[in-house]
Design a protein around this ligand. Sequence first.
Ligand SMILES: [Zn+2]
Length: 224
Amino acid sequence: MISQAPAYTGKTLPDKSEAKKQEPRDFFVTEHCLYLTPGLYERLDRLVREYAGKPLAVFDLDERRSGVLQPMDWAHCSPAGKGRNRCGSKKAPAEITKIEIANKIPLDEIRSARRLELDLVRDIPLELFYEWLVWHEIHHSVHNDPLVAAGIDIHGHPGIKSAGDRIKLMQAMELEADRASFHRLFPERTLKAGTPAGIKKVRSIEPYLVLLHEIRAQRGIKRK
Ligand SMILES: [Zn+2]
């Protein structure tokens, strides 16, 4: 896998009048939302196809949220047939077929999001936010994380003895995807939780990274 970080565009936030004149831009932000632009979509789609071997789909955030709302549900990598699975099929889901991102991201949600080690406002420049999100989902996708999670649901695992273990394993997936996506943007920097309580929590999750790698190995999923 290529470890080269994507190019940083270095563009500054446009004001509204400037943005109108200069389409297409790499990103567009208003008082309330960060928007996916056609130019940014094209670049991220190429990234997803190159690194995850899948197309990048876009969903309408408002439309999607007419159903159940999840925190940080601005992006997904979903197995095909997920909906059918929920409706009672015992069949394990097929491979992940696409990565999806929202057409817009509310800024107040970025500000209030809680990640284990990342402060999304402090650590991820807004102009790189979509790219960070896409790298995060590429990491989940190439490691088949949703399938690992679904497999645990269906079959169980000797290392997962309680609901608490399962939560920690899911948090380990998020911790790893955050670290990987941050490293793509800033290969020279390392992440660390901002508070003693946060550091303690990360330490309690880190052993589950080992378990996660074991589970992937059993399922024939490469670590890197
Ligand atoms: Zn994630």
